[in-house]
Write a protein that binds this ligand. Structure first.
Ligand code: ADP
Ligand code: MG
Length: 281
């Protein structure tokens, strides 16, 4: 019987040594790991096959891996290699050391310049994905990792869709994501455009960075969905006029009139020059 995975154990014929746990997901644990031959540090996502098969998610895990191979970009976590044993899949990725953007924003809202620095990188990564027909569908601060010098990396392609998964109507139909970040048209379950749904989530993220709290919040899920559906939110008084304008265009409940990524990039808030490093802000 195969040995379980635990801190300090070596993996895959002694190729990697596992360190501490970096994070937990639904089916996976992500460990700090070291390639014993090269000395390189990586993040090792370990997925239990049995659990994944039981809930019918194996296709999704395979999709996560093939998507990561397709999207090489400076603001997207890089895939190194994929290995498997009898009971587990091992995904060796670029190690991003600064933790989740979620942790940073849970300590309080960010200055507009800092938020802009992160948001520009997020949009750059999302634009790149969309140009390759990849829709992330679970964009949120928990899945945005921070590297050195304020570098942002999009991670967790576990819920992505491909453009070739569109139904005859040209729309996606799987309802997924995280309630507070999900767009009205995804909630409506009538089919949606993956790009527009991602843009909505970027709007929620921008709001959260600038406000320090969620735009649509309620203890009752149905009540929260109603607010999302109506686009019922208020910008706090400290938002600049330009930020307010952009957030309002991103969180347009009508996907047909919602701002496009190219227009986001042309907006005055987005284009304002930022100091090079977060430390300088
Ligand atoms: P799941 O798909 O189960 O949500 P994730 O891929 O989001 O799993 O990984 C879970 C957590 O592990 C992340 O939220 C993050 O804290 C950590 N993590 C994931 N990938 C990396 C990485 N490349 N570098 C550092 N930490 C990571
Ligand atoms: Mg995740």
């Amino acid at each position: 019987k195969e040995k379980g995975v635990s801190e300090g154990s070596t993996l895959l014929h002694g190729k990697y040594e596992l360190g501490r746990v970096l994070g937990h997901g639904t089916f996976a644990k992500v460990y700090h790991a070291r390639n014993l031959k090269t000395g390189e540090n990586v993040a090792m996502k370990v997925v239990g096959k049995e659990k994944v098969i039981k809930v019918g998610m194996m296709e999704q895990v395979k999709r996560e891996i093939s998507v990561m191979k397709m999207v090489k970009h400076s603001n997207i976590v890089e895939l190194h290699e994929v290995m498997a044993s009898k009971s587990k899949i091992y995904i060796a990725m670029e190690l991003v050391r600064g933790g989740e953007l979620f942790n940073k924003v849970s300590k309080g809202r960010l200055k507009e310049d800092v938020a802009r620095l992160y948001f520009q990188q997020l949009i750059s990564a999302v634009d790149f994905c969309h140009s390759r027909g990849v829709y992330h569908r679970d964009l949120k601060p928990e899945n945005l990792l921070l590297g050195e010098h304020g570098n942002l990396k999009v991670s967790d392609f576990g819920l992505t869709a491909f453009a070739d998964h569109l139904k005859e109507d040209g729309l996606l139909h799987t309802t997924c994501g995280t309630p507070a970040y999900v767009s009205p048209e995804v909630i409506a379950k009538k089919g949606y455009d993956g790009a527009k749904a991602d843009i909505w989530s970027c709007g929620v993220i921008l709001y959260v960075l600038l406000a320090g709290f969620l735009p649509f919040q309620d203890d009752n899920l149905v009540a929260m969905y109603k607010k999302i559906y109506r686009g019922d939110f208020k910008c706090p008084p400290w938002f600049s006029v330009e930020a307010r304008r952009l957030v309002t265009r991103l969180l347009d409940p009508n996907p047909n009139t919602r701002i496009s990524i190219s227009k986001v990039m042309e907006s005055s808030w987005f284009k304002k020059p930022v100091p090079r490093k977060v430390e300088d802000v």
